[in-house]
Design a protein around this ligand. Structure first.
Ligand SMILES: [Zn+2]
Ligand SMILES: [Zn+2]
Length: 285
């Protein structure tokens, strides 16, 4: 069994209505041999929106899985792919924004779930309150408008957005929306539209997550040959290059098969065998 024989020539439903097939379909079709189909009438917005008007049903991976399952439900196919993105402060460098994309493949026929991911600081994720059209234009310039779209709303914290304008991607539309809102409110909250088709930068990170998904799908269990032999945990303890004491850096990746539970530890996954003394609690407390 390999990823080729499991997936080749099968239809895989891609759970999207935001044109993610533009980047995901070529990678999945070339690398896994699947035929990508788009479900008709698939409303991915009901699984949550970045503009917070609809809450996500679970964490990022659960939400991606729910999307894939609902696409299978809708179409009757047994193989589906979905993506879910999140934006926020970088986990290690909280002063920079980052974009984490997950790509998930769910195969009901073989009871298999494979996850790929990408973490990128290349994101225009941002927001600003503006009180004039000039301020709105200057924010738009900063975020790569009009190739990247904008969202405008009155109050970003309101539970239910009474007035929200998404997918603003022309100068005329931006001016029209900002003017009409400033006639009613003191200020307008502008934010980047993070939906894939309005955000080519995000689209690239979705492509990276899809590449990672394909890479994991091609890693087969050494014992039972099942695809998706993936890292389930990273073990800390890379020794300091001066004193040899364990640091918080990764010493080993632990892989495990979902089917037969075979597991393997791979030492030095980050291509280094010792840690910089700057990361050592003893040498650099
Ligand atoms: Zn196995
Ligand atoms: Zn040390």
């Amino acid at each position: 069994m390999s990823s080729d024989s499991l997936f080749a020539d099968r239809a895989a439903v891609l759970a999207t209505m935001h044109r993610k097939e533009q980047v995901m379909a070529p990678i999945l079709e070339t690398e896994l041999g699947v035929r990508i189909l788009l479900p008709e009438n698939f409303d991915s917005d009901r699984f949550g929106t970045f503009t917070r008007d609809i809450k996500r049903p679970g964490d990022q991976q659960q939400t991606a899985r729910i999307k894939a399952e609902s696409a299978m439900e809708l179409t009757g196919h047994s193989l589906a792919v979905a993506n879910e993105g999140s934006f926020g402060p970088h986990p290690l460098m909280p002063y920079i924004s980052c974009n984490r994309e997950l790509a998930i493949l769910v195969d009901r026929e073989n009871d298999l779930e494979i996850v790929g991911q990408a973490l990128s600081t290349a994101t225009n994720y941002s927001h600003q309150q503006v009180t004039t059209v000039a301020e709105a234009r200057s924010f738009a310039d900063k975020i790569g408008f009009p190739q990247h779209g904008l969202v405008a709303m009155a109050d970003p914290d309101a539970r239910s957005q009474t007035e929200i304008f998404k997918g603003i991607d022309t100068e005329d539309r931006l001016i029209e929306v900002v003017n009409s809102m400033l006639a009613k409110f003191d200020r307008v909250h502008l934010e980047t539209d993070m939906r894939a088709m309005y955000n080519p930068t995000r689209m690239q990170v979705i492509a990276q997550a899809t590449q990672d998904l394909v890479k994991v799908a091609k890693q087969c269990c050494p014992q039972c040959q099942r695809p998706g032999f993936a890292v389930i945990r990273r073990r800390q303890g890379l020794p300091c290059s001066w004193c040899g004491l364990p640091t918080e850096l990764t010493l080993a990746d632990i892989y495990q098969c979902q089917k037969c539970n075979f597991s393997r530890e791979v030492l030095f996954p980050d291509d280094r065998e010792t840690a910089d003394p700057g990361r050592c609690f003893y040498c650099n407390p």
